[in-house]
Design a protein around this ligand. Structure first.
Ligand code: UD1
Ligand code: CA
Length: 468
């Protein structure tokens, strides 16, 4: 049976107390809405997924339009029932052919898994139901809509009561509505116009469709999700951080199942998009973000933050390294406290040490910059030794210039290399030099004044001072 998908994402998220629309808040490194769209795409192709937007619609659209989903505008947010009224109107204006069944997802229930949705649509089809509700029985059901079964153990329900509408002193059913449903589309559309806002929130509740269908003799069923975290909503920052932790722990478990060692995984912040090969060891308090890929047998020591970077095999990141948009070759050694900014490409077995910063810089195989250096807009060959405190002066106040350093060059400590500049293969730069002119291959360049030594100067000075 075919299913269209509608995602409710028009609400403001008042309970977050945030300027950002709720569905654009992030867990596991990705917005709630992108999570929901990704799982929706396992049910229908993007162009058949309708995203209902309203509050800050343009901002929400801009954030997800690359996925190729369709948008339905709900200018005023009068409730979840009203959101689906907008979907009905969209189809009526010829937006697309009406699908026989509609899977409705909530933009703020982000951990739902593809397997669970497959089970839900199957359950809906098997029961030939007008409406199927995905439910759960959490420890604390407070705040959720409550699902009442016709009888204990029965698949059929009588209706859903929102928390706010429970009669005084009634704790309500322990079974919650997840906000995820399947509908027979025609039967849903037939009931939407009968919704009223005679309830505690003065909203049009989509949940009231359940009672309306049952009153008409239609079949409304519910099925319990096997994993409680999957159906939890994210209405407050605290709830979101709970889901974030749950999601990241899942990612850590997936990586560990693939042979990665993660000490104290609950302290690590690892995005779901990260890939790590077997036998790599990740120490506590590490962040691996975005499209980061780590090769096999790496060791990532505590307090390193790696974003959108690729590391080859056997790389050692000592404590406190920060990498963004960087590439690191096999067996390279970084840190502690190395800072690889975008465009850093560190060669095989190269060393980038304490407080060394690189940006748009390629470092050849086995080259070393071990202490307190800045290499920006530089092309560095293989087997180069960059001394402590070396700086590429890449910026003249207006433009950025390139420093090119050949193979086997030795740059003495505390030298400044004023770009544009090129140091030929095998050349030497004396320590403490300020180099402004190109150095040919094999040459020694000195760019500093000659040392003056005054013998016995100290004793003479002291004697002078005493006699004064
Ligand atoms: C809703 C359900 C509740 C369920 C809970 C599960 C209703 C009336 N209640 O409550 O039974 O237990 O979800 O998480 O549906 N939205 C719109 N347009 C609107 C209002 C909301 O698109 O006019 C969107 C929101 O952006 C959100 C989703 O619908 O993504 C749910 O809305 P929300 O206000 O969070 O509903 P809950 O109070 O959580
Ligand atoms: Ca909600």
């Amino acid at each position: 049976m075919s299913f269209g998908v509608a995602i409710m994402a028009a609400g403001k998220g008042t309970r977050l107390k945030s300027r950002r629309p709720k569905v654009l808040h992030e867990i596991g490194g990705r917005s709630l809405l992108l999570h929901v769209i990704a799982v929706a795409e396992t049910v229908a192709p993007a162009q058949e997924i309708l995203c209902i937007v309203g509050h800050e619609a343009e901002r929400v659209k801009a954030a997800v339009e690359a996925t190729g989903v369709q948008f339905v505008l709900q200018t005023e947010q009068l409730g979840t029932g009203h959101a689906l009224q907008m979907v009905k109107a969209w189809f009526a204006t010829g937006g697309a052919p009406v699908p026989e069944n509609l899977l409705v997802l909530s933009g703020d229930v982000p951990l739902i898994r593809a397997e669970t949705l497959a089970g839900l649509t199957e359950f809906h089809t098997k029961h030939d139901a007008a409406m199927t509700i995905l439910t759960a029985v959490p420890e604390n059901p407070f705040g959720y809509g409550r699902v009442n079964r016709q009888a204990p153990g029965s698949a059929e329900i009588t209706g859903i009561v929102e928390q706010k509408d429970l009669p005084q002193g009634d704790a309500g059913s322990p079974e919650i509505n997840s906000g995820i449903y399947c509908f027979n589309t025609a039967k849903l559309f037939a009931k939407l116009d009968q919704l009223t806002d005679k309830n505690a929130s003065r909203e049009l509740y989509l949940t009231d469709v359940a009672g309306l269908l049952v009153a008409d003799g239609e079949k409304v069923v519910a099925t319990v999700a096997s994993n409680i975290n999957e159906v939890l909503g994210a209405n407050t920052i605290a709830e979101m951080m709970h889901l974030d932790a749950a999601m990241r722990l899942e990612t850590a478990k997936r990586l560990m199942a693939q042979g990665v060692t993660i000490f104290r995984p609950e302290t690590c912040v690892i995005d779901a998009t990260v890939e790590v090969e077997a036998d790599t060891v990740i120490e506590p308090f590490v962040q691996l973000l975005g499209k980061t890929k780590l090769g096999a047998e790496c060791r990532i020591r505590s307090y390193s933050v790696v974003k959108d970077s690729t590391l080859g095999e056997g790389v050692l990141l000592r404590n406190g390294c920060i990498l963004e948009d960087a590439i690191v070759g096999a067996n390279a050694l970084l840190g502690p406290y190395a800072h690889l900014r975008p465009g850093s490409d560190i060669g095989e077995a190269a060393h980038i040490g304490n407080f060394v910063e690189t940006k748009k810089t390629r470092l050849g195989k086995g080259s070393k910059a071990n202490h307190l250096a800045y290499l920006g807009d530089a092309e560095v060959g293989a087997g180069v030794n960059v001394g402590a405190g070396v700086i590429t002066c890449n910026y003249d106040g207006v433009h950025k210039h390139t420093t090119s350093i050949g193979d086997g060059v030795f740059v003495g400590s505390d030298s400044t290399l004023v770009a544009p500049l090129s140091l030929g293969d095998g050349s030497y730069v004396a320590a403490g030099s300020c180099i402004t002119e190109d150095v040919p291959a094999g040459a020694l360049a000195l760019g500093r004044s000659r040392q003056v030594t005054k013998e016995d100067w100290v004793a003479r000075k002291k004697a002078n001072l005493k006699n004064a």
